[in-house]
Design a protein around this ligand. Structure first.
Ligand code: SF4
Length: 334
């Protein structure tokens, strides 16, 4: 198999809090191939956004610290490179679309100036050329009347249009990997679908690889090739999207699946996962999902489950659960 474009190995991120040190990302590993889309999924506090921050060198210091692991991009360990080197890769190799476009855009500068600034700073273009490129990009991401709106300020755009501006900025320098952190969270359902369709189109057009961070299994279903479910900073299940969605081997994934409404199915009451996401300062022994899990037994309290291939499944489909065989059987028999 060709070397992956990005390989994350045993990434561990810790934060110092008043209540003690927490491990927000706990030995997380995954590969990303050229042109592939990986969705990292989980509830609030699962460690998915901190994983994205670590990839971009944005773990907030001094409270946060990368405590172990490697992030290999084209074979180079980003964590071992000097800051000046990783800064050069941001935008051209790895770029990010943030969760909240309003706080990510500068309210006192016109949108066109903020997009154009990337071309001026990174490619040395003149003000007029940068403005022309900004209009082109705004047009490409579906902002109507881009030649006029280029002079508007962020507050003059709707939430969906602001997210399009953020996407335009992220793809401006044609990155190889686009990381989108909950890109549709603040948007209504119709606009969510438009933004996801735009990301998929741009990915195909530029041949980018994409990491899509989301709490919503439904939102990523039409876009991702592979999924990785996280809980309490750990990977609970990973595999090809269809394989994981149709034949899940983990109670956590099973619970998240049961809470997605089915558009064409019978009207049924949705079943949310009982309990709340874990307090990382007081994780239970063994499996962190144990207090919320209907399959839990004594072994779940005694031993932390490893992420292992599931029986009779492709090797890429792995789950961290002592009782994944029973989960698989339940899913198959309904
Ligand atoms: Fe549930 Fe045990 Fe599996 Fe954890 S290891 S998910 S507690 S069955």
């Amino acid at each position: 198999m060709a070397d992956p474009l990005l390989s994350v190995q045993d990434l561990t991120v810790r934060f110092r809090t008043r209540a003690g040190t927490i491990t927000a990302v706990d030995k997380v590993s995954f590969d990303l191939a050229e042109g592939e889309t990986l969705a990292i999924l989980g509830e609030t506090g699962s460690g998915k956004s901190v994983t994205a921050q670590a990839l971009m060198g944005l773990v907030p210091r001094p409270a946060g610290q990368i405590a172990g692991g490697r992030i290999l991009y084209k074979g180079r360990d980003l964590l071992a490179l000097p800051r000046s080197e990783t800064r050069k890769l941001n935008g051209t190799d790895l770029a990010m679309v943030f969760q909240d476009p309003l706080s990510s855009l500068n309210p006192v500068f016109r949108v066109g100036t903020q997009i154009g600034e990337l071309f001026r700073r990174r490619q040395g273009l003149s003000r007029a050329e940068a403005r022309r490129k900004a209009i082109e990009l705004m047009d490409r991401v579906g902002i109507p009347a881009a030649d006029r709106r280029v002079d508007d300020y962020p507050h003059q755009f709707s939430g969906g249009m602001r997210q399009r501006v953020m996407i335009a900025m992220a793809i401006a320098l044609k990155p190889r990997v686009l990381i989108a952190d909950e890109p549709t969270t603040a948007l209504d359902v119709t606009v969510q679908a438009q933004v996801m369709a735009l990301l998929a189109e741009l990915k195909a057009e530029h041949g980018m690889a994409m990491i899509l961070i989301s709490h919503d299994l439904g939102v990523v279903a039409g876009v991702a090739d592979r999924v990785q479910l996280m809980y309490a900073g750990r990977v609970m299940e990973t595999g090809d999207l269809r394989e994981v969605y149709e034949r899940t081997g983990h109670p956590y994934t099973q619970g998240l699946m049961a809470s997605i409404p089915e558009l064409n199915g019978p009207r049924e009451r949705l079943t949310p996962i009982k309990g709340s996401p874990p307090d990382l300062t007081r994780l239970p022994s063994g499996c962190p999902f144990r207090p919320r899990c209907r399959y839990a037994t004594d072994v779940c309290a005694a031993e932390r489950p490893e992420l292992l291939p599931l029986p009779d499944r492709p090797a890429s489909h792995r789950a961290a659960c002592h009782h994944s065989k029973e989960v698989v059987t339940d899913v198959v028999t309904g």
